[in-house]
Design a protein around this ligand. Sequence first.
Ligand code: SF4
Ligand code: SF4
Ligand code: FES
Length: 240
Amino acid sequence: MAEVLAVSLWRGGADGGYEDYSVPRRENQTVLDVVTYVQRNLDPTLAYRFACRVGMCGSCAMTVNGRPRWTCRTKASAAAPDGRLRIAPLENLPIIKDLAADMRLFFEKWQGAKGVFAPSKSRTDAIDRILPETPARRAADAAIECINCGICYAACDTVRWHPDFLGPAALNRAWSLINDERDAGNRERLIAVASRGGCHTCHSHQSCQEQCPVGLNPTASIAGLKRRTLAAYLSGEIKP
Ligand code: SF4
Ligand code: SF4
Ligand code: FES
């Protein structure tokens, strides 16, 4: 096994390019360790993003050898068995600098999908008890563990073709809230996700589900939204 990794990192903005670095190979090093080595030892001006380093915060996602990945939980040896790593910012988002993508549009689309909890009670009401085994709680649970990493968004060709598509993460979040018994915002949410760029724009080709690092299935959530919005049209809850 070679003692160094041949690492190409994207530098600059959209009009930038790759620059090459040699990084010592270590057992169990992650892709984030590799990027951090470059920033600490070879070029302190390298921009990238991370926070928790343990797969919780979702901030370290980058394109690694052509695939969107959470870099703190991706071993360099698994991503690059031949010792060659090519790392770029997440696709389908503007580049701020180097490996840092601009996530603003991603989170604006969460708002566009009404992916924010709308309370049905005030702070003076008693707190509802939602038992974990109820069907509604299980339905909400299926999509709830999203870490907002943007990997599914970067993997989605429909986002690439239709920039106004809300995308898998925002729609997955909307589905979780639609199944949340405590939420009071479903009519507005259904209107939002049924509109142009909403759930019916999804082509169901499942790249989001294949790449989600925490095993969520946004395709299934979006299929749920398609069924639910159709039922809402037929019942008159929302208008076409
Ligand atoms: S299933 Fe839908 S949201 Fe997921 S990658 Fe395909 S088009 Fe995008
Ligand atoms: S659904 Fe999965 S891939 Fe998409 S943002 Fe959430 S955790 Fe990341
Ligand atoms: S640094 Fe938090 S998920 Fe990778």
